[in-house]
Design a protein around this ligand. Structure first.
Ligand SMILES: NC(=O)c1ccc[n+]([C@@H]2O[C@H](COP(=O)([O-])OP(=O)(O)OC[C@H]3O[C@@H](n4cnc5c(N)ncnc54)[C@H](OP(=O)(O)O)[C@@H]3O)[C@@H](O)[C@H]2O)c1
Length: 169
């Protein structure tokens, strides 16, 4: 496989994390997003369409169906089958499948899946939600020390910041 902007060192597809969170790291409430911000959903769709999305079972349940125009990889140890999506039993299995599919991989939650992806992701797309929201699900603790800002989109309800890892893995 040849290297391209969509591929990292070694020719593997790039891995990016996409998340919307409050300043306190809240990402979810009772199995859904605590906010309704169409402009952020549009950015999410523009970023991920045509590529691979990797998610946990509960995030998939919150969406209700596979995201169209994307390869959907869902992690679960309990589901027997999932029409329209690739079912994988571990993060490593999901990642290996994503690599085989050959498109950039967007890790879209939830908490444990983000935790597994943080040490190996090349890029973070974080929508910092302007308002505070209560929630029962948070992004894992992490430090922005190793990340540099490469782009920002300002919106009244959120600020989308793209970070790239300072030192390649
Ligand atoms: N704000 C955002 O950007 C954002 C993004 C995504 C999700 N959310 C929100 O976050 C909440 C859902 O996230 P969550 O953290 O509760 O759940 P989740 O990570 O989406 O799903 C957890 C489930 O995924 C499976 N799983 C996770 N890691 C696995 C692994 N390494 N190997 C095999 N299976 C694995 C397990 O399913 P089984 O139990 O079937 O084994 C586990 O119970 C919802 O409220 C959603 O709206 C927000």
């Amino acid at each position: 496989m040849s290297a391209s902007p969509a591929h990292g060192p070694g020719g593997y597809p790039q891995i990016a994390i996409v998340v919307a969170m409050t300043g306190k790291g809240v990402i979810g409430l009772e199995g859904r997003l605590p906010w309704d911000i169409p402009a952020d959903r549009r950015l999410f769709r523009q970023l991920t369409e045509g590529n691979t999305v990797l998610m946990g079972h509960r995030t998939f349940a919150s969406l209700g169906k596979p995201l169209p125009c994307r390869q959907n990889i869902v992690l679960s140890r309990t589901l027997a089958a999932l029409p329209g999506a690739h079912l994988c039993r571990s993060f490593l299995e999901g990642l290996a499948l994503g690599w085989r599919l050959g498109r950039p991989i967007y890790v879209i939650g939830g908490t444990e899946v983000y935790r597994k992806a943080l040490p190996i992701a090349d890029t973070l797309h974080i929508s910092w939600i302007s308002d505070d929201h209560a929630g029962d699900c948070t992004f894992p603790e992490f430090s922005l020390t190793d990340w540099e800002v490469t782009g920002t989109i300002a919106h009244p309800d959120f600020r989308r910041v793209t970070y790239r890892r300072r030192r390649p893995l």
